[in-house]
Design a protein around this ligand. Structure first.
Ligand code: HEM
Ligand SMILES: *[C@@H]1O[C@H](CO)[C@@H](O)[C@H](O)[C@H]1NC(C)=O
Ligand SMILES: *[C@@H]1O[C@H](CO)[C@@H](O)[C@H](O)[C@H]1NC(C)=O
Length: 339
């Protein structure tokens, strides 16, 4: 009798192990990679985590609405460089971290991520990673800008290294053409659809003149002229805002003219009408598939399809080179020193 029970027990154990082998290893911990991510990862250990992040984000955006776009961009800069591991938060005393790279120079949101982390440390000490906070904050930035509120996968852990050269190499510059853009994304296993959908993030926020004025207004292709593809009615407005010959002009310009704080389809209408601000926005018209998508979204009556696509593309970006299981760490403070 006893041996029969044991036999049954062994068989049950075998079935359990086999059916869950995809997501857990023999120690019961999630396997590294995005298999270790799950929607609602904190529902047992810190059930209030997502509500707390949203409440903090409401306060942050209420105080300064420019922080919604800033925190959306923050996830892009974290995930594209060494994966979504909060390495952007790390501080290098000798000035060789991701924060010190040229593409990060106008990046904002460091203190806000740290503020949300402090709140979560009060409620659930040493539980919620900085990497997950960055992803949740970006999700809420979209929602608080009247965009969709999609589910996010969580379960990331934080990295311990941060190198300036990774940020220089992996973040596409605003002068990228369509071929460059597709390469920058393909090395992250992202495709044309991710490119055209994620670029729609430029429906909110501002850019400094220095990031586009030479390329679009004053020295297109190094020829001392205006970009011939730029909308002829829009160009004079931009020339009024941005001084010629100042590659560091910090004057802010709306990336989606007229609705810089609303997450909507007007970015696609702007790009379709040659009013995309960067060469990288304009470049979406240079590939058949991305151009067709821009055209379709520019003409769409409802943002529903775009919002669904956006949730999917943000999920894809949120899976980049994540640390899960026993990899990486959970730390008390996000902005730790690396040297
Ligand atoms: C596809 C290649 C991309 C390029 C070349 C690019 C480039 C840029 C540049 C140059 C700026 C202006 C920065 C400044 O002057 O302060 C900017 C702003 C911004 N980017 Fe991108 N970006 C890209 C993709 C993305 C993605 C994938 C996201 C988010 C998922 C994103 C979100 C934002 C947001 C929200 C802002 C506004 C930031 C603010 O107002 O503070 N971008 N981007
Ligand atoms: C700065 O720190 C990094 C990482 O520890 C190290 O590789 C690099 O050599 C240091 N650079 C200088 C100038 O000290
Ligand atoms: C335009 O770019 C070219 C090539 O980079 C450079 O040699 C030239 O000095 C620039 N002209 C102006 C007016 O900035």
């Amino acid at each position: 009798m006893a041996s029969l029970d044991l036999d049954v027990l062994v068989r049950v154990v075998v079935i359990v192990v086999v059916t869950t082998a995809v997501v857990v290893d023999s120690s019961g911990l999630p396997l590294p990679g995005y298999d270790g991510l799950a929607v609602g990862f904190y529902k047992e250990k810190c059930p209030q985590a997502e509500d707390l992040v949203l409440a903090e984000m409401r306060e942050i955006v209420h105080e300064d609405r420019t922080l919604a776009p800033a925190l959306l961009r923050f996830m892009f800069h974290d995930c594209f460089v060494r994966g979504c591991d909060a390495s952007i938060m790390l501080i290098s005393r000798n000035g060789t971290g991701e924060r010190d790279a040229l593409p990060s120079y106008s990046l904002r949101g460091y203190e806000q991520i740290e503020k949300i982390k402090a709140k979560l440390e009060e409620e659930c000490p040493m539980t919620v990673s900085c990497a997950d906070i960055i992803v949740m904050a970006a999700r809420d930035a979209v929602f608080l800008s009247k965009g969709p509120r999609y589910d996010v996968e969580t379960g990331r852990r934080d990295g311990k290294a941060s190198f300036q050269c990774d940020a220089d190499n992996d973040l596409p510059p605003p002068k990228s053409n369509i071929v460059d853009l597709k390469i920058y994304l393909s090395v992250k296993d992202l495709g044309w659809k991710d490119l055209v959908v994620l670029s729609g993030s430029h429906t909110i926020g501002m850019a400094q003149c220095g990031t586009f004025a030479d390329d679009r207004l004053y020295n297109y292709s190094g020829k001392g002229m205006q970009d011939p593809s730029l909308n002829k009615m829009y160009a004079p407005e931009l020339r009024k805002a941005c001084e010629a010959g100042d590659p560091n002009d910090p004057t802010p310009v709306e990336m989606d003219p007229g609705s810089p704080y609303t997450f909507d389809l007007s970015y696609y209408r702007a790009v379709y009408n040659n009013k995309g601000l960067f060469l990288s926005d304009q470049a979406l018209l240079d590939d058949k598939r991305t151009r067709d998508y821009v055209a379709r979204m520019a003409a769409a009556e409802s943002p529903d399809e775009y919002f669904t696509d956006y949730a999917e593309a943000m999920k894809n970006m949120g899976r980049l080179e994540v640390l899960t299981g026993e990899n990486g760490e959970i730390r008390r403070v996000c902005s730790a020193y690396v040297d």
